[in-house]
Design a protein around this ligand. Structure first.
Ligand SMILES: [Fe+2]
Length: 488
């Protein structure tokens, strides 16, 4: 009931009022001779008294608000350095550091506010309180007040101290207070050196460091951390058992319908917008015009002169594309009974087109989509790129796939329609391995594409005929993907 009322007050009162209330309550609680607080030394710290009982070094990680954070950490270190804690005295972080404000010389630094990392005046001071806390624990000081963070917001590589050894400080609500229960005075030394902060507790030679054992259990929604202090005589005491919530998980990326279709159906139809990030109309025009500059395919075993083409090969790994030296195109007669079985030499794709952002973007995007559906063994793709123009004279027909219903003998295939001028026909059929058609679709608009799992389905494009009295044509880009190093 009281808790509910408090929570209500907390949310209803404006921040300055809440601060005043918290401050008054704290002063009341800490008033009187029961608690004696260590004060900052007059003048510069006069060096360490005794030997370093416990020393802790932490990196100051380069993060957002780095300069402000570094400044605040340095300022906090300065204000705590050299503080002597007499026997029975308590070190209060906020009593020594003071309210962090710009007037007091603090800057915007990275802090945790409202369970999120962000900018905060005095941001970074939690690292100072945390390192002082750890040094205090190791020096055998008593913990009077310490709050853990409520969330574990750090990835392992961003962590500057083990989870469980943090001490969040929020003026005036949450303080770090540690008491010297030893019968000799100790001195706190805190310094920033380069990109490290070092905190040490110095004391008489008789004082020895304590060990800390940290037990952490990672759950789905939170982490449980128990810190046990082991005294020099072997005595063990649990000093904290904290739960840290994990930040809410990133929302799952929206399902990729193309990837989904590739996995379940073995084929997918898509548009250029799905496949190329770098699409712009001017770029597309330059790209498509290169189909006007294609040599005739001299290897047509059916005697046809209706096909023009270029051919180049590439290696694609982790999004990096490497053009391979020109090489002949070879298919077995098993895959291509019409034109297979011999090396066929074609002019390479024009360098400007092979390096065109649209071309490279398509290759990368398809490589990623295909790898997501079934990664290439070894991690790299061997990509063969074919530019095709199939012509249809008024009295004849052109055959995009003269070999009929087929597989290309690779892992994956992209067929991208680049242009269709003055032709009819050219319907794409996808068929099951046994030959029964699964879908028929006309790639009609420039940029329309079909992605094919070449291991799962077969494909064919029906002949084209001139729609009028002039020569018509169908331009397509075909990219085939197979694992680098796999046999043809
Ligand atoms: Fe094919």
């Amino acid at each position: 009931m009281i808790g509910t009322f408090r929570r209500f007050l907390r949310s209803a009162l404006p921040e300055p009022v809440r601060m005043s209330v918290a401050l008054a309550r704290r002063q009341l609680r800490e008033f009187g001779p029961r608690r004696r607080f260590a004060a900052r030394p007059d003048g510069a710290p006069s060096g360490a008294a005794g030997h370093p009982v416990a020393t802790v070094t932490q990196p100051i990680k380069r993060t957002a608000f780095w300069e402000g954070k570094y400044h605040n950490i340095s300022r906090g270190a300065e204000l705590l350095d050299g503080v002597r804690i007499a026997p029975g005295e308590t070190l209060s972080f906020w009593r020594l550091v003071g309210r962090p404000s710009e007037a007091a010389g603090f800057q915007m630094g990275r802090g945790i506010r409202g369970d999120a990392l962000g900018g905060d005046i005095g941001g970074g001071l939690c690292q100072v309180s945390g390192i002082v806390y750890e040094a205090g624990l190791r020096a055998g000081l008593e913990v009077v007040e310490r709050f853990p963070h409520s969330q574990d917001l750090y990835a392992e590589e961003d962590r500057f101290a083990p989870l469980g050894l943090d001490a969040t400080v929020v003026w005036p609500y949450k303080d770090l207070q540690i008491r010297n229960g030893h019968d000799a005075p100790v001195t706190l030394r805190v310094a920033v050196e380069g990109e490290e902060i070092i905190a040490a507790v110095h004391g008489p030679a008789a004082l020895a460091a304590h060990d800390l054992a940290i037990e952490r259990i990672d759950g789905m929604a939170e982490r449980h951390v128990t810190v046990t202090r082991i005294a020099p005589d072997g005595g063990r005491a649990v000093v904290s058992a904290n739960r840290y919530a994990l930040p809410p998980a990133e929302p799952a990326p929206p399902p990729c319908p193309i990837g989904e279709a590739l996995r379940t159906d073995g084929f997918a139809f898509a548009g250029l917008a799905d496949l190329a990030d770098a699409y712009d109309p001017a770029g597309w025009a330059a790209f498509a015009q290169s189909w006007d500059r294609m040599p005739r395919d001299e290897y047509m075993a059916d005697g046809g002169t209706y096909r023009r083409r270029r051919f180049s090969t590439f290696a694609l790994e982790d999004g990096a594309i490497r053009a391979k030296p020109p090489q002949p195109h070879y298919q077995t007669t098993g895959y291509n009974p019409l034109n297979g079985g011999i090396d066929r030499h074609y002019e390479p794709i024009e360098p400007a087109i092979a390096a065109h952002p649209l071309f490279e973007g398509l290759m990368r995007r398809c490589g990623a989509l295909f790898a997501a559906a079934r990664p290439p063994e070894g991690g790299a793709w061997h990509v063969e790129a074919h530019q095709f123009r199939i012509e249809a004279a008024p009295d004849g027909e052109g055959r995009p796939t003269p070999e009929g219903m087929h597989r290309d003998g690779v892992d994956w295939v992209l067929i991208l329609l680049v242009a269709r001028e003055g032709v009819e026909g050219g319907v794409t059929t996808i068929a099951a391995p046994g030959g029964e058609p699964l879908v028929q679709r006309l790639l009609e608009t420039p940029g329309a594409a079909c992605l094919i799992d070449d291991r799962a389905v077969r494909h064919e494009v029906s002949p084209i005929r001139a729609a009028g009295t002039a020569m018509g044509y169908r331009d397509a880009l075909v990219l085939t993907f197979r694992a680098e190093g796999a046999a043809d």
